[in-house]
Design a binder for this molecule. Sequence first.
Ligand code: F6P
Length: 468
Amino acid sequence: MNRLVVVSNRVPAPSAGTQAGGLAVALDGLMEKRGGLWFGWSGVIAAGAAGRPAMIERSGSVEYATIDLTQDEHDRYYNAFSNSVLWPLLHTMPELMQYDRRDARVYREVNARMAAALQPLLRPTDLIWVHDYHLMPMAAALRARGVRNPIGFFLHIPFCSPDVLAAAPEMTELVREMLSADLIGFQTDNDVTNFAAAAQVLAGAMRGPGNSLFFGGRRIRLGVFPVEIEARSFAARAAEMAESPAVRRLRRDLEGQRLILGVERLDPTKGLLQRLVGLRRLLEKRQDWRGHLTMLQIAAMSRKDVESYRALRTALDREAGALNADLGEPDWQPLRLVARGVERSTVAGYMRLARVGLVTPLRDGMNLVAKEFVAAQDPADPGVLVLSRFAGSARQLEAALLVNPHDPDAMADALDSALRMGLEERQARWRALWAAIEHRSPLVWGRSFVAALLRASTLTVAKTPVPL
Ligand code: F6P
């Protein structure tokens, strides 16, 4: 079996503490089972990091190789270009971009430096799998160093349409660089369509047979690989946690009020302010809910060095305060806002307690919280998922109440229906949702990408382009 080399910005190396997010959770199982090399940033910012080789650690069958970043690299590659340009742009929120071409230069330099540190660790039969928007030039940087191994790239976040994409001057070049991979994977077919269009319109690629493109005399496969959760184990955890002290305390505290739950990182893409407007509209339109529901919004502060995240925190604090002040009573508040992270197991228990899971991003690659909410429910008395139609997971979770998060009345109506929904309909919807996630897992997801990469790498050799 070929060794798998995963390349990602965050790496769950033993020395990296708890810094890894959703991407690492998705890949952990595969790496544990298959073994291999995991390469990326150590999570450490260190002066003089630039010249040093990768630090190697081992845990079980996985070897971790990481490099530190300098403060300037971290500011420009991670905070600025990755999170203040690529993140908003690819989520179709170009108005939030903070573009500076010097950041783009450092982003490229960090990718080149990572490729240089990775190259000596590679073996000729390795399969290389690069992840996410931090590393869009990585395949090209490795090819420039003579690496001939199969390379796959997976984007965990959405890919916007070509006209939006053009707002950042680097995008044509970055799309070309992505095309150095043999297989490029996305969360949804919409992302594939957008990327294929950008590759043709901006980079001059030509459409090939099936889901493929021709570029530079090579054939590149595109594919849809929706990220999944370990549904059964999450369900078991939620059932167990339903009787934990933290969940009991919350249940007691709610005194029979219906719980609406939102859980995410505090991020401009998540539609947090729109959600509060929707709640306000519900309580204005249907006054009988006053005193009978509580919304708990967990919005863990993240990327606090990025201005738009800090601004969102301020706006959210203001709106939450205004909502409670305008609509609350001496003995009741509609909203509880927590801007700290809450332990995943406890969240699983809260999800089981909730009557409504409110997952309404303005745009989201997949959104695993929606899948976790489904898995956490008690099949005998399940809660209702209210889900944004702009989340990638809406394509699989069609039995949820799908809403447009920009429309406060639609949000209020969906919340009202969810809160009033009878047991039979809740059960029927839940069964359909569960069927969509039950037999899937991150392991199956990872294996299907790796199998597709092996197939794709035999196809990449020069073939005659098919005219459009
Ligand atoms: O794909 C999006 C992602 O990179 C996830 O892996 C992760 O959950 C999240 O964003 C966290 O981002 P950061 O690494 O910036 O904390």
